[in-house]
Design a protein around this ligand. Structure first.
Ligand SMILES: NC(=O)c1ccc[n+]([C@@H]2O[C@H](COP(=O)([O-])OP(=O)(O)OC[C@H]3O[C@@H](n4cnc5c(N)ncnc54)[C@H](O)[C@@H]3O)[C@@H](O)[C@H]2O)c1
Ligand SMILES: N[C@@H](CCO)C(=O)O
Length: 359
């Protein structure tokens, strides 16, 4: 019998879906894998709820009622005091600041599972130091949902690379958010801001939708895959076409952007009016290994092409390698959404637990 103790940072779309999936799957996992999953602490940006009993369906009310203003040091003291082992920190925040805590968490016995892409896309220096710290403390760090949400993209690229397969190019619709937005926008008469608002309220975009529209989210994913195959780049080196006008960029608040998002309509209306009846807009990421170029752009595709015929929030990744020649490995499916993402996080948790000691 094994038990893992999770501290969940980020109780938003993905974090909440994860708790509900764990509640639903917990007894099945206990029976099939002799693994008990305990969510020891729930944390959002303000409060932490220390769960001394088994978490149950009233977790949301308990979190609000019994949550205390939180400090990381309190959480570290709590897990020590309670002698919790097999600790895993889940980062389901979108915070650039939070990842600065990873090294401290590792030093205090935590493995890490991250949906947050930030830790893998800060400087090359941070990227390498984090891996040194993990090795030093014999801790694991899994982040499959960083690219393609629940789709097995990172593992596939890692396995090919590890086996000595030469990856030559990765090209695709990297963003489930923008896939949904441009599928919908190209196929009806709704304004761009209406489509964007619909995607946001369905939990399909980043908490700040400008992270998607500016191309930064796809740029991050390209960088993550590039680093997996030893292409040492910085985010600033990715060539990105931003779809956010300067006056609505990251320097203003999210609510200011949302209040003014109709200002995007004119530009996108113009792009849509230029489409022929057999064409659609598609947001593409490309990593060319030979040139070392990483590029993010909005293009026009034929409706009948593989990318043009994608539906809903589908992402699609074409991985070109030496052995597969000009017929790439294709990984395709929903590339955004809380349910598919949290399932990917849960799968990472189970993978980590396989290597942990029984207690
Ligand atoms: N939604 C998807 O389809 C998807 C897919 C892949 C990856 N992700 C990633 O998952 C993460 C979460 O996305 P989401 O849609 O659930 O976001 P969200 O905004 O709904 O939730 C984020 C949560 O993090 C909390 N938080 C912020 N700063 C914190 C801090 N310092 N400490 C503790 N908690 C903090 C917030 O209070 C909130 O509860 C993001 O990094 C996103 O990129 C999402
Ligand atoms: N913005 C992400 C989903 C949330 O991380 C994507 O489009 O893949």
């Amino acid at each position: 019998m094994k038990k893992i103790n999770i501290v969940l940072f980020g109780v938003g779309n993905v974090g909440s879906a994860l708790i509900n999936q764990i509640l639903e799957a917990r007894s099945k996992i206990l029976n099939s894998s002799q693994l008990e999953i305990n969510i020891a602490v729930l944390v959002n940006s303000k409060i932490a709820f220390y769960n001394n009993n088994t978490i149950n369906n009233s977790w949301e009310a308990d979190f609000k009622t019994y949550g205390y203003p939180y400090k990381l040091s309190h959480i570290l003291n709590h897990v020590k005091k309670e002698k919790l082992t097999n600790l895993i920190a889940v980062d389901a925040t979108a915070s650039e600041d939070f990842v600065k805590n990873y090294k401290e968490l590792i030093r205090n016995g935590f493995h890490i599972v991250a949906a947050n892409k930030t830790a893998n896309t800060l400087s090359d220096k941070f990227y390498k130091e984090l891996r040194i710290e993990l090795k030093k403390h014999n801790k694991q760090f899994l982040y499959e949902t960083n690219v393609g949400a629940g789709l097995p993209v990172i593992k596939t690229v890692q396995d090919l690379h590890l086996a000595g397969e030469e990856i030559t190019k990765i090209r695709g619709i990297f963003s489930g958010s923008l896939s949904y937005i441009f599928n919908t926008f190209s196929n009806n008469n709704k304004s761009f801001s209406e489509v964007l608002e619909d995607a946001r309220t369905r939990g399909l975009t980043e908490p700040d939708p400008r992270i998607d529209l500016s191309g930064k989210d796809v740029g991050r994913k390209l960088l993550i895959l590039a680093r997996e195959i030893n292409i040492l780049k910085e985010l600033s080196e990715v060539r990105i076409e931003s779809l956010v006008p300067n006056h609505l960029n990251g320097k203003s608040s999210i609510s200011h952007f949302i209040e003014n998002q109709q200002e995007l309509n004119l530009n996108f209306e113009e792009r849509r009016s230029k489409l022929k009846s057999d064409e659609v807009l598609r947001h593409i990421g490309e990593l060319d290994v030979a040139s070392g170029e990483l590029e993010v752009k909005l293009v026009t595709e034929k409706r009948s092409s593989p990318f043009g015929s994608l539906q809903e929030a589908d992402a699609s990744f074409e991985i070109y390698t030496k052995s597969y020649g000009n017929r790439p490995i294709v990984i395709q499916g929903a590339g955004a959404g809380a349910a598919v993402t949290s399932r990917g996080v849960l799968s990472d948790l189970l993978k980590i637990s396989e290597k942990l000691e029984c207690i």
